[in-house]
Design a protein around this ligand. Structure first.
Ligand code: CU
Ligand code: ZN
Length: 178
């Protein structure tokens, strides 16, 4: 019984290897879009979604966020795609592969993850639609597998290394989209 089972396993493995050999050319498909679903951290009600799409001029960012206090809120890509801890500290600091200081999104020298602020209206809704040239969906500046964090307060674009934007109120892992 044992020998027969082993035989079946081995011939199965052989067949699998042959098939893999026949179709060994897997073409790398370009990632055109990404999405992060934002979930509230502990004690927060902030949630929403952020989409990213390569548009030829850069990456088009579209965000819809609700449950915020009115006014500006820091909005960044953080290094790790890990929103598991209660206050999302598991997401690490701002995504900064080029070892630059913290700044605003239009600064020449900034963290790649420095997307600035989203502005919430009196109902706590924030919409953002902007094209960014620092982030990418491929290569060393790729944001795939990292996270989007929304903060309790405004990013001042100056305070190092966080912009003094306070607690993390929502977190979402960035994954590949259609
Ligand atoms: Cu942040
Ligand atoms: Zn930063």
């Amino acid at each position: 019984m044992r020998r027969t089972l082993m035989g079946v396993l081995l011939s199965g493995l052989g067949l699998a290897m042959m098939l893999a050999g026949c179709s060994s050319k897997i073409e790398e498909k370009e990632v055109k879009g990404a999405i992060a679903v934002l979930n509230p951290t502990e004690g927060s009600k902030v949630h929403g979604a952020v989409s990213f799409r390569e548009d030829g001029k850069g990456v088009r960012i579209m965000a819809n966020i609700e449950g915020l206090s009115p006014g500006p809120h820091g909005f960044h890509i953080h290094e790790f795609g890990d929103c598991s801890s209660p206050e999302a500290n598991s997401a690490g600091g701002h995504f900064n592969p080029s070892d630059m200081p913290h700044a605003g999104p239009n600064a020449e020298k900034r963290h790649i993850g420095d997307l600035g602020n989203v502005e919430a209206d009196k109902n706590g809704l924030a919409r953002l639609e902007v094209t960014d040239n620092a982030i990418s969906l491929a290569g060393p500046r790729s944001i795939i597998g990292r996270s989007v964090i929304v903060h309790a307060q405004a990013d001042d674009f100056k305070t190092q290394p966080t912009g003094n934007s306070g607690a993390r109120v929502a977190c979402g892992v960035i994954g590949i989209a259609k």
